[in-house]
Structure formats: structure tokens, C-alpha cells
Write a protein that binds this ligand. Structure first.
Ligand code: M6R
Length: 618
């Protein structure tokens, strides 16, 4: 939820530590934007700290008004508030004596630790759990004069989730970090080194990175990186090269990251398909580290995910069940984890996550592993925790997604889930390689078709601008159109702060139709008339039913579907496709609509209120 950056190397090529920290925070701000702060280690043995409530811009303004001195090391933090409101005082870093500390996560036993410190006469300035840790590490350092050992020792006492970074005025060229259930990666430079919640923090300086595992401590100086476990035993961290560069993390001329990411979708789908078919037409999933015997014995698939990723799972259910004849359950990860689910050695649990760090999904994955299930991750972010812990991973290749609202990751997740379904279908004999190849060939046409939807999006934008005063919008869909409707509603809620709800169209008469009153806007995702005709005509009947009650109908239908025209106030046509692949097209107008309406209301489309990109606390 919070973004964390650390840097050492004042003589390195990246420039002043403060500038590196601010640049890192700028790139990590999507993780949380309740406050921002930095701490610098100043030559001569002092700390300099600045922190401000609100977005990073407030901190930059403060630093312009009150510049900080040159430094040898820096840590920076952008916050999504958990304990204590979003104020200057609660902003990180938290200082104790000559030490400054930043934190991502929640320390669950902070009250007991705080009581202990209060009893010893320690005074607290903030309401945060983090300040407790700052005091503990400061006292441990005073006792040992070893910053790494001090942080590791305190980390062993903490319950909950954390990434912690610490600097001390006594050790001017050093930043120490520790992680437990929260992300932290190392960036390797030349005469400089970096720490970040994700690689975006340092992608402008280096693409060489180290993955840190669970319960590890890292100490960086300008010329060294040392990793140990919490007991001080040395650990070999795995190096990797980040497969995207800084241009992928820029807006590229678009007015928002979300606009850019919507526009990136044809490429995201194409890249996710790339290189996954061999010359004989067989699917090649290189990262699939689960044996064929195990996959053949699977008798149930459970998808665990949250938010948009869960809707990708809903789409996958329709496709995988149809292609593989394996029952697929889709469950919100936070519900799955705590309801004693029935999973065993023959269950394949698929965790879908853009960030690879969503705590609810990670906990569900761990629970599934404990029950003996085989686990597979569909994840976008390399070096993240979920793929490290799953038995296998299928990476989506959407590139970095910066906007809080997920768009291109959704399309890439659906694409990866199709690949998984086709792979299983071929392996288990439900489909022959030529059938798989035929479906893949249709999949390969999808980037071009998504581009066509984007090229036609001006009318959607126009309607969205007209509707900027709308108070409520409903979304209806059926079959794979149902998760598309849910995703359309989620996009509008999170971006435009408008009441929006998605329904299965067949459910209308069981209650939701009571919401229809004259003028109520309703998006309807209509299935292809060429495939399941019965469903097409049923959804067209639903449109008639709501229109008869005064609804304003905004219909997403495929090219040539003239049957919807008489009952639609507006039709957004998308290219024809097979029913199961249609979500890749039908969702795009809904994304564009939500983004444009939020822009029209003057809202921050990339950083909607109260949200953060990676939800790393339960
Ligand atoms: O990183 P993840 O894919 O695990 O994130 C899951 C959800 O938090 C995420 O999809 C969220 O719902 C987005 N804000 C939706 O736009």
C-alpha cells in the first residue's frame, strides 16, 4: 500500500540522494498518496527529515521552500494510512534519536510493544504503529552499534506485515531493509544501490535487480549489497533483469496513465500471447513447473483473486469449464481464506494478481498450499511474492500498470487464463492441437480488434462527458458478459465516485429491476447473435423490459447486430468474435467511459481517493 525507496551513492551516476528518492517516490506514488516524506543522512553525522500530508507535490513544495542539505543516503515514503490519520505528524519517516525509519504494512502487536516503551519513559509523537518500531530499532542500535543486527532483532519481535527501511546518522553510507509479507526489491547500480517497493522506484537508473525472499534483511552501501535472514545467516538473493524500461513507466503524451494503459491493451494482449506456441502448434508455457501427471489428475480448479483480477477469474471460469470440462470455482481471496474451503491434492488453485503482492490473495495461496493443493499464479509483476510462493507461474506481459484502476492487466489476465485453459484442454485430451491452434489463431486477431474498439471510442467519450452529472449507472450482462458488467461498474465506482452496480441480466426480474426509473442509465453487454442465440434474444428482451420502464439504454453489441438498435438509446459496436473471447472487446468501451467521465468531473483518474494500487495489508 505504501511506497518505499532507499538509496546510497552520493558519488554515483544518478545524482543527489534526495533527487533519487523523490524520483522514486514519484514513480511509486500510485501505491499510496496520503502523505510523503524523506530522511537524508547528512555528512558530518546528522539526519535531515521532511514530511508532508497529502500528495508528493506538497512535500516537493515544502522542500523548495526549505531545502535540505546534501546527503550520502536517503529513504523516502509515500503513505496509504492505516494507523493514524493522514497528517504531517503521522507521515513517515519516523525519527527516534539519530535514526529514521519508514514502513509498509501493519504491526499487529504494536500496542503491546508501545506499552513496553511507554513504561520505559519513551515519548510518542504520532499515532502510528511505525513509530514504535523506530524507537525499538534506535534502542537496539544504541545497545549493539550494528544497524543490520538491530533491525533484524526487532523484526523478529514484530507480528503482522512489514517492509522496513532504516538509516542512522552514525552510518552515513548505509540503508538497511527488512521484509516480512510486504514487498522489497534491490536495484543494483555502479557505485550506488537502491531499494524499492517495486522496480519502478529505480527503473530510471538500473534494470538489474535482486529478489528478496520472505524474512530477509538487506544492507546496501554504494559498493555492496548483503542479504541475510532474520538470524543473520547469509542468503544468496536471486538476480534478474527487469524486462521493461523507463518509457513504459511514463505517460507517453497521454493525459493520464490510465488513458495510456487503456491504449496499451492491444500490445499487452499480443505480448501475453507471444512465444507461447511451438512450430507443431502446441502451447508452450515455459514457466509451467507443474508436472503433466499432476495436471491430468486435477479434478477442480479454484481461482482466488480480488477486484478486477477476480472478474478476470470469472471470465476464465466460463472458458476453462467449456474447454476442459473441469469444475472451476472463483472466489474472492479474502473470503476463501477464512471459510475453511474444501481443497486437496487434486485441486489446482489459481491466484490471479497484477501486483503479485495483494495480501488477501497471498494469504489464500498459502492456505491452499497448506491444504495440499497445487498452486499456479497468473501475475504481471516479476520479482513479486505470489509467483515466488506458487508452484508455477504464468506471467502476463502487460508491462507496468501505474494507474490505480486496472485495465491492461485485466485483458492480459484474461488472455493468460485462456492460455491456461487451452493448455489443460490439450494436455487432458479435451482438445486436439489443431483445435488449440485454431483458438489461438483467433486470439491473435484480438489485439487488432481491441485497437478497432479504441479507434471507435470517441462516441463513448462524448456520451461520458454528457453524463458527468449522473448519480447512478447500472450494468447488465450475461454469461461472460456478466463479469464484464461487474468490471464496468467497478471502474465507474472507483474512478468517478458514482454509484454503479453490475448484475447478471437474468437476475433482473428477481429484484434489481425495481431500481429502474425514468432516465436511469443502464449499460447492457449483449452476447453475439451468432453464438448462443437463446442468450442473445434473452438479453435483447431484458433491454426491452428496462426500456419500457424508462431506462436509458447504452448497449455494447457486436458489429452487425441490428436487432438491438430499436431498443438502444446508444449502441457501441465492437468487432465480431467468438463468445468466449468477447470480454476482451466488450470491456473496453466501459473502461473508456469511466475514465472519460472521471476526467469530465475533474477527478484524479490515476489516483482515485482512498485507494492504493497494491493492497498489501489484509
Ligand atoms: O494487484 P492485484 O491484481 O492483486 O489487485 C487486485 C485488486 O486490488 C485490483 O484489481 C483493484 O480492484 C483495482 N483497483 C481495480 O481497478
Amino acid at each position: 500500500m505504501c511506497g518505499i525507496v532507499g538509496y546510497v551513492g552520493s558519488a554515483g551516476p544518478s545524482g543527489r540522494p534526495l533527487d533519487v528518492a523523490l524520483e522514486g517516490l514519484r514513480r511509486l506514488e500510485y501505491r499510496g498518496y496520503d502523505s510523503a516524506g524523506v530522511a537524508l543522512v547528512v555528512p558530518g553525522g546528522e539526519l535531515a527529515v521532511a514530511k508532508k500530508a497529502g500528495k508528493l507535490a506538497n512535500l516537493v513544495e515544502e522542500l523548495d521552500a526549505h531545502p535540505l542539505p546534501p546527503a550520502t543516503a536517503a529513504i523516502g515514503h509515500t503513505r496509504w494510512a492505516t494507523h493514524g490519520g493522514p497528517t504531517d505528524v503521522n507521515a513517515h519517516p519516523h525519527v527516534s534519536g539519530r535514526l529514521a525509519l519508514i514502513h509498509n504494512g501493519i504491526v499487529e502487536n504494536y500496542a503491546a510493544l508501545k506499552a513496553e516503551l511507554l513504561a520505559e519513559g519513551v515519548e510518542f509523537l504520532s499515532e502510528t504503529d511505525t513509530e514504535v518500531v523506530a524507537h525499538l530499532v534506535s534502542r537496539a542500535y544504541d545497545a549493539t552499534k550494528d544497524l543490520t543486527a538491530a533491525l533484524a532483532g526487532v523484526a523478529r519481535r514484530l507480528e503482522g506485515t512489514f517492509t522496513l527501511l532504516v538509516v542512522h546518522a552514525d552510518v552515513p553510507d548505509t540503508v538497511v531493509g527488512a521484509r516480512h509479507d510486504s514487498p522489497l526489491v534491490v536495484g543494483l547500480g555502479d557505485g550506488e544501490n537502491f531499494l524499492g517497493s517495486d522496480v519502478a522506484a529505480f527503473i530510471g537508473s538500473t534494470r538489474q535487480a535482486l529478489e528478496l525472499g520472505q524474512d530477509q534483511v538487506v544492507t546496501i552501501t554504494p559498493t555492496s549489497v548483503t542479504v541475510t535472514d532474520l538470524d543473520g545467516t547469509p542468503v544468496q538473493a536471486a538476480p534478474y533483469t527487469v524486462d521493461w524500461d523507463i518509457s513504459a513507466a511514463e505517460k507517453g503524451g497521454f493525459r493520464s496513465f490510465m488513458d495510456k494503459e487503456i491504449n496499451d491493451q492491444p500490445q499487452a494482449v499480443a505480448d501475453t500471447l507471444l512465444g507461447r506456441l511451438d512450430l507443431a502448434g502446441h502451447l508452450v508455457l515455459d514457466e509451467m513447473r507443474i508436472g503433466e501427471t499432476v495436471l491430468r489428475s486435477v479434478d477442480k480448479i479454484v481461482v482466488v483473486a480480488c477486484g478486477t483480477a477476480a472478474y478476470a477469474g470469472h471470465v476464465a471460469k466460463y472458458a476453462v469449464e467449456h474447454w476442459c470440462r473441469i469444475p472451476v470455482e472463483v472466489e474472492l481471496a479474502h473470503e476463501f481464506r477464512y471459510r475453511d474451503p474444501v481443497v486437496d491434492e487434486r485441486t489446482l488453485v489459481v491466484a490471479i494478481s497484477q501486483s503479485g503482492e495483494t495480501m488477501d490473495t497471498l494469504m489464500a495461496l498459502r492456505h491452499a498450499k497448506e491444504q495440499g493443493a497445487t498452486t499456479l499464479a497468473i501475475v504481471n509483476t516479476h520479482g513479486s511474492t505470489i509467483p515466488r510462493e506458487a508452484d508455477a507461474v504464468l506471467y502476463t506481459h502487460a508491462g507496468p500498470e501505474i494507474a490505480v484502476a486496472s485495465t491492461k492487466a485485466f485483458l492480459a489476465q484474461i488472455t493468460a487464463a485462456y492460455l491456461l485453459g487451452l493448455y489443460l484442454a490439450e494436455l487432458r485430451g479435451n482438445k486436439f492441437p489443431d483445435e488449440v491452434a485454431a483458438t489461438l489463431s483467433e486470439l491473435r486477431e484480438m489485439p487488432g480488434k481491441i485497437q478497432q474498439v479504441l479507434d471507435r471510442s470517441e462516441r463513448v467519450r462524448e456520451i461520458a462527458r454528457w453524463m458527468s452529472d449522473t448519480q447512478s449507472v447500472l450494468f447488465l450482462g450475461r454469461h461472460v458478459g456478466y463479469p464484464v458488467a461487474l468490471e464496468g461498474a467497478l471502474k465507474l465506482k472507483e474512478l468517478a465516485y458514482i454509484h454503479a452496480e453490475g448484475f447478471a441480466a437474468g437476475e433482473l426480474k428477481h429484484g434489481p429491476i425495481a431500481l429502474i426509473e425514468p432516465g436511469q442509465p443502464v449499460f447492457v453487454v449483449v452476447p453475439s447473435p451468432r453464438g448462443r442465440n437463446s442468450l442473445h434474444s434473452k438479453v435483447v428482451s431484458n433491454i426491452q423490459e428496462i426500456r419500457a420502464r424508462g431506462a436509458r439504454t447504452l448497449v455494447v453489441a457486436e458489429d452487425g447486430d441490428d436487432a438491438v438498435v430499436p431498443y438502444a438509446d446508444e449502441v457501441f459496436f465492437v468487432p465480431q468474435s467468438s463468445t468466449l473471447l468477447a470480454p476482451l472487446l466488450a470491456v473496453v468501451p466501459l473502461q473508456v467511459f469511466a475514465s472519460e467521465l472521471a476526467h469530465a468531473k475533474g477527478l484524479d483518474v490515476d489516483q482515485p481517493r482512498n485507494l492504493a494500487k497494491s493492497v498489501t495489508v489484509e
